[in-house]
Design a protein around this ligand. Structure first.
Ligand code: PLP
Length: 299
């Protein structure tokens, strides 16, 4: 028998490590049939997890909010994540942990009877924006599709209720933009597929407070801003205010701080990534070397 090939990534499922291409979820798992799951994504950069504790905290909080049980201790989860990265031999990785509802016994529709299932995988680092987009800044469209309201699906628990984000993204791509931002019923922008949004005006940062996932990168930006003496306002951000901003950027584990230079075709600031955004980009990557945020993996 030949040894498994983990070169494209490694997953943990049903008690074993398998090459990413062979990983699967049973068809009848409610995680698949009903998007009934929660997850988190932590990154590995230069052989170390970035802000592992913050991701673990959020993952466990998401599990509680959705009444899902990962079925193992945080230490056991970290060991599985580390082993996925190790087997894949990745120094820069996108590492996802998932709990699905599983399935109740046949005939039952009671979610309390389902046996929740834990999955994990490590694949090469994922960038939400390619190199050219990172250099010139992203062109973002504000969609007519409204983000699912927080009273329906709790956005602070990380979830796969992405149909609004996906339909919005398809519309934005068709219109020639790079990505999309969704708004709430009042016309305030909230978030996009895999990222939070910040506007910068007169040296102050504004980021939506409600209707969003509390991104670990968003939190990192807020903490970096404090050390750089940049005031931050966490409040509603009307789309019109975003279009008038001096600078704008996305925050995401899929690339950190990503400049935005156009919203709905309109140029933001001077049309190139702004100086405050650039300082935050530099600080974000510098913080990866800080032992307070970095958990090295023993390969
Ligand atoms: N908002 C949504 C809907 C997301 O899915 C994500 C990440 O995947 C984010 C925001 C950004 O969160 P983080 O900075 O923790 O990656």
């Amino acid at each position: 028998m030949t040894a498994p090939d983990f070169s494209k990534g490694c997953a943990w499922q049903r008690g074993e490590y398998v090459p990413i291409g062979q990983a699967s979820v049973p068809l009848t798992d409610w995680g698949f049939l009903r998007s009934d799951a929660t997850y988190d994504v932590v990154t590995v950069w230069e052989g170390a997890f970035f802000r592992l504790d913050a991701h673990m905290e959020r993952f466990l909080r998401s599990c509680q909010r959705f009444r899902l049980d990962p079925g193992r201790s945080p230490q056991a989860i970290v060991e599985i994540l580390s082993e996925c990265v190790r087997r894949a031999g990745l120094r820069a990785s996108y590492v996802e942990m998932v709990v699905t509802r599983g399935q109740p016994p046949w005939g039952s529709r009671d979610p309390r009877q389902a046996v929740n299932q834990f999955y994990a995988f490590a694949v090469p680092y994922v960038w939400i924006a390619n190199e050219e987009q990172r250099r010139r800044g992203l062109h973002v469209a504000v969609s007519d599709v409204q983000r699912i309201p927080p009273a329906s699906v709790d956005p602070k628990a990380k979830n796969y209720h992405w149909n609004d984000l996906t339909m919005g993204l398809l519309g934005a791509l068709d219109a020639g933009a790079d990505t999309v931002l969704l708004s709430d019923a009042a016309g305030n922008v909230v978030e996009g597929p895999g990222f939070n949004i910040f506007a910068v005006r007169a040296g102050r940062l504004v980021t939506p407070a409600e209707g969003v996932l509390e991104g670990v990168t968003r939190r990192t930006v807020i903490e970096m801003a404090a050390t750089l003496s940049l005031p931050v306002e966490e409040r509603a951000l009307p789309a019109a205010e975003l279009r008038m901003a001096d600078e704008a950027f996305l925050s995401t584990s899929g690339g950190g701080v990503l400049p935005v230079t156009r919203v709905d075709g309109q140029v933001i600031g001077s049309g190139v990534p702004g100086p405050i955004t650039q300082r935050l980009v530099d600080t974000y990557w510098a913080w990866h070397q800080d032992p307070r945020y970095s958990t090295p993996i023993v390969y």
